[in-house]
Structure formats: C-alpha cells, structure tokens
Design a binder for this molecule. Sequence first.
Ligand code: AMP
Length: 399
Amino acid sequence: MILTINCGSSTIKYQLFTTDVTRVVARGIVSRIGETGSCFEQEVGGRKVQEVTAVANHHQAFEICIRNLLHPEYGAIGDIHEIEAVGHRAVHGADLFIASTLIDDDVIAKMEECVPLAPLHNPPNLIGIREGLALLPAVPHVAVFDTAFNQTMPPKAYLYPLPYRFYQEHKIRKYGFHGTSVRFVSQRAAEVLARPLTDLKMVVAHLGNGVTMTAVAGGKAVDTTIGFATFSGVMMGTRSGDIDPGLIFHMRRQLGLTPDEIERILYKESGLLGVSGLSNDMRTITEAARAGNARCQLAMEIFAYMATKYVGAFAAAMGGLDVLVFTAGIGENSPEIRELICRNQEFLGITLDAERNALAVGGREMALNQDGGRTAVLVVPTDEERMIALDTMRLAGVG
Ligand code: AMP
C-alpha cells in the first residue's frame, strides 16, 4: 500500500491507497498538534472514529497515525510492512525541483535551502519527512512539490520587472502554487475529453479557499496567478488577490498602519470576508446574496470578474482556448460563480448549459458546455492525494 502524508504546522493529513492507487483504504487527520483540543479522526471502509487526545508534537502525531492504521478493531492494516512507499506533499521546491523526486539526504538539504521562500510551510513538511523516514526507514519516500508543475513557465511569465539582481541574488520570481492539483485536473480533463493533453490549451480554475488560475498548454503550465507569496491573482477567502502595490505605501504612510497590520489586513481580513463583511466562506456568502445582501452579491461579482479576466488573459497568452476546467470547493460546487465567470464569454467559445451547470455540485465530474460549444467547460474534482500517490507509485517502482 501507499501512504500519503500532508504535514502542516498543526495538522497531519494522511491517506492509505492500494499499491495500484485504484482505491483509498483509509484516510485520517490529526489536528491542533501542540495546541489544546488536539483531535484525531480516521475513516476506514465507511467507519469513522474520532477522539480528542493530547498530541504534544509531530512525533506523537505520527505515532498516533500509525497506531490507528494498525488498530485491531478499526485500523486498515495488520502489519506496518504492508506500507510499501510513502508520498509526502512538499510545498516549495523553488527552481531546484521541476518534478517529484525520491527523497534522500541531498533532497532534504535542498528543501532546507527553500525554507526562506516558504518559512511557514516547508519546515513542517520537513518535519513530516523526517518523522516518516524514522517510522518507515526501509521503504522509498517521495516528495511531491506544489511548485514543480509551474516550473515550465517561461521567463517572460515568471520574472517580475524588478531590478534583475532580486531574481539573481534572492530568487524573487513567480513560482505558483496548487501545482499538484492543477496537474491532476489537467490530465484528468484530457482523459474526460478523450483528447491528447499535448493538443489542448486549458485554463484550470482552482477556486477554493485559496484560488489559482493556471494556463496549461500541451500539458505544461505557461502562466499562473499566484506568484511569489500566496497572495496575487483572484481574490480569495480572506486574501485580497491583485491590488495596486502602491496601496501598501499609502496604508503605511498616509493611514499610519504598521507593516504587520497591513499584512494582516491583506492576508486575513480582505477578499470575500473584506468585501462582504460577513464571511470568508462562499456558501455563506451565496446564501446571503440569494436573500438580497448587496455586499455579498458584490463580493461574488468581484470574485467572478477577477477570474473572468484571467480566463481572457490566459487565452491570449496561449493564443487560444480549448478547455476551461473548474475545480476545488467553489469550482466544484457553485453554479452561481461558474455562471458569472462564463457570462458573455461567447467570443471565447464558452457557452454554459444552464441545466448541466446546476447539476454539477457535490464533486461531480461533468461537462457544462452547450452541445457544439467551441470550448469545453468541465468540472473535474481535484484529488491532490491521488496525484501524490500516483507519483509515489511510479518513482518508488511499486504497483
Ligand atoms: P477548498 O479550499 O477547496 O476546500 O474550498 C473551500 C471553499 O469552497 C469555501 O469558500 C467554501 O465555501 C466553498 N464551497 C464549498 N461548497 C460550496 C457550495 N456548495 N457552494 C458554494 N461554495 C462552496
């Protein structure tokens, strides 16, 4: 079997797949690690267990995961040796990793080098890798980087027009995130259409709490909206997305806000929450908008307008558009947002079938375009864990 691990600062999510990655055998999460109210949840064969338990650190959290996978009553395996390989989600691989890779000391050292670029995400990923290696030292471990898929962007797309030394000396450039999701979704979209991925110009709209739009031409990322930090592009739950950077100086000098306050406002108090004044959650906003809340209607309109503009920009960047794919929480579940994004886009060949759009909720894989529409419009539920497991199967030579 293949174990996937997504280790964050206070959470470990894991899934156990059959070795051929056709089936999820178990999934679980340990949350609030090192905090009060730590909690463990696991689901095996439809049976869920949940327990509040003290979890002081990641080492203990890993022991809990393995103990529960092996649990005689509600576990999934009888022996730890049934795990043949482990796949780790890794957030930032900078320009050092252009693909997933088998983990060795050199890979760990390079991931350490990437820490300044992702100070919140890479350290817990590294803890996860070290704990995983300690618990399962005899099996191959694979790192799957969120940034790797976007490494195919050309310099004209990834370089910011700053003095060049910032790129040379400090690696400041666009990296992009959600690459594992976008790679899974773009490959699956080509399968659904029964067309070669190499022939297709796609825009993948990963619309979740974090939002990434990515231009994928011939299966390769050519541009993406999230750049250096997890901030630019379309507005998100609490992040503003694209703003005029001059605003930051205005907020500092004219409004007297400190850099920390500005950072908090742009990352935690903006986006859907900032405009609506109600919530960062698109479900809550949609319900309030339906009930006539004007600020929630406006939040949805701005969100969709920003996304529509990137569909157009990326179609221009690729010189055409064959497929628009929606994925992640909002992309998979919100007919209203998809309708707003696709409205008046006939000039790009995008025509939405209203009935199909209304039916595409709850993570259904569906085509939404009208019959004969020049551009395919799809919903493809994302599955980053499956992509990690598939890479692990291939690189570990199991399955
Ligand atoms: P994710 O980060 O992919 O889990 O997506 C989270 C986002 O998806 C949140 O803004 C949710 O409100 C949104 N979402 C989930 N279900 C729905 C739904 N039925 N309608 C609208 N938004 C939804």
